[in-house]
Design a protein around this ligand. Structure first.
Ligand SMILES: [Zn+2]
Length: 55
């Protein structure tokens, strides 16, 4: 599931840049920043919260 810079993270987790695959950690309720490495604003969402399996 894709996420974009400026959106509020629904869950605490890691967001993987779709361009350079740099990982950005975002806490629940915080806005997702642009990739600090390449400035891309589209991410693949990787949530590692226990008990949150959305397959
Ligand atoms: Zn990037």
């Amino acid at each position: 599931m894709a996420a974009h810079a400026g959106e509020t993270a629904r869950e605490t987790g890691d967001f993987l840049c779709t361009k350079c695959h740099e990982k950005t950690h975002v806490t629940k309720g915080h806005k997702i920043p642009k990739c600090h490495n390449c400035g891309n604003d589209t991410f693949d969402e990787r949530v590692h919260e226990p008990g949150n399996r959305s397959s």
